[in-house]
Design a protein around this ligand. Structure first.
Ligand SMILES: [Zn+2]
Length: 336
């Protein structure tokens, strides 16, 4: 997970976040902004950046409040402090490197922070990034904070795995959803930032359409593995390769990414079988060979199996990855 503190420029909401921005700024302007917001949605759609935009706006000394879409000025003392990562009225809590979770001590600091007056005579903001990573005791401590946060403060919880959050915490926050933007919107944003529109398309295809994740994916070491994995799937169908060996080699790719790929590939196989456009256009030739070894019904069965495993991971389960991949690969090789 990236760190909220890496956002070191004045943040602006992304083009696909205008509705959320108008909603939250509208509440703020009419004095109805709740003291706790929970940002939900998949990874890589810009939740952290949106939180930074809102924090900047809340802390800025000279926001242009006449127009709804105006953001923080980016120049005042408060804005400069936030950008440098040293704002005294902003507390960021996230899992520290090499730690298993967000600890109770980190959350206790939030309580102490909110018990004090704002140093710059304005709002106090708290961002809990990756809120589902709180330990149970940390979550309970945060619950107490949420019950009595005090005046002129805003807590923003960010989570890509709502299922792993305590229901009592969820119920004390107003929820704001961030969805994967439409393909057109994502392509328009991403294309100028990468080598070509074709590359943008491939990157979006392998990241479930999440634009920021797609931008990051350029640097993934395992990106070049897609073709190899697709060929392995084909070899499995043709009984040319040992399933357990493949399962072992697949451990090089992060399992959640891999399952996401496989799920999307299955969708592409169905589409390709009907002569429709597919997301992973560069893999079309290999996909064609794979499809020829499978009944259409089997594609759906495989897709369901992949998705069930993906959910198991997404809901915070801690399955044995090697066993999971072995059983998935054996399932794949035996489908009619
Ligand atoms: Zn400012």
């Amino acid at each position: 997970m990236s760190s909220f503190l890496d956002i070191t420029s004045p943040a602006l909401p992304y083009p696909w976040q205008q509705a959320q921005w108008e909603k939250v700024i509208g509440s703020q302007q009419s004095g109805r902004l709740p003291h706790a917001l929970l940002f939900l949605g998949p990874q890589g759609v810009g939740k952290q950046n949106f939180a930074a935009s809102l924090v900047d706006r809340m802390l800025c000394h000279q926001p242009e409040t006449q127009r709804l879409e105006e953001q923080a000025c980016g120049k005042c003392k408060s804005c400069l402090l936030r950008i440098s990562g040293n704002h005294p009225d902003l507390k960021v809590v996230e899992r520290l490197e090499k730690k298993k979770n967000i600890s109770i001590d980190q959350v206790r600091e939030v309580g102490e922070f909110l018990a004090k007056q704002a140093q710059l005579d304005g709002y106090r903001c708290v961002v809990v990034n990756g809120a589902e990573e709180m330990s149970e005791s940390a979550a309970n401590a945060l619950l107490k904070v949420l019950e009595e946060p005090g005046d002129q403060c805003l807590l923003i919880l960010i989570s890509a795995r709502a299922g792993a959050l305590m229901p009592t915490i969820k119920s004390r926050c107003q929820h704001l959803y961030f969805h994967v933007p439409s393909k057109d919107v994502s392509l328009r944003w991403l294309s100028p930032l990468v080598a070509s529109p074709e590359q943008a398309q491939t990157l979006l295809a392998i990241t479930g359409g999440a634009p920021l994740k797609a931008l990051q994916a350029q640097q993934w070491a395992w990106l070049g593995q897609r073709e190899v994995i697709a060929r392995q799937l084909l070899s499995l169908r043709l009984r040319q390769i040992e399933p357990l060996l493949v399962a072992k080699s697949l451990q090089e790719v992060p399992t959640d990414e891999l399952l996401l790929w496989l799920h999307q590939w299955a969708l592409d196989w169905v589409k390709q079988g009907q002569n429709l456009a597919i997301d992973n256009e560069d893999l079309r030739p290999t996909f064609g060979e794979i499809i020829s070894t499978l009944q259409t019904e089997s594609i759906f069965l495989f897709s369901e199996e992949v998705f069930a495993n993906y959910l198991l991971l997404a809901q915070g389960g801690n399955p044995n990855i090697l066993l999971m991949m072995e059983s998935l690969i054996i399932y794949w090789s035996q489908l009619p």
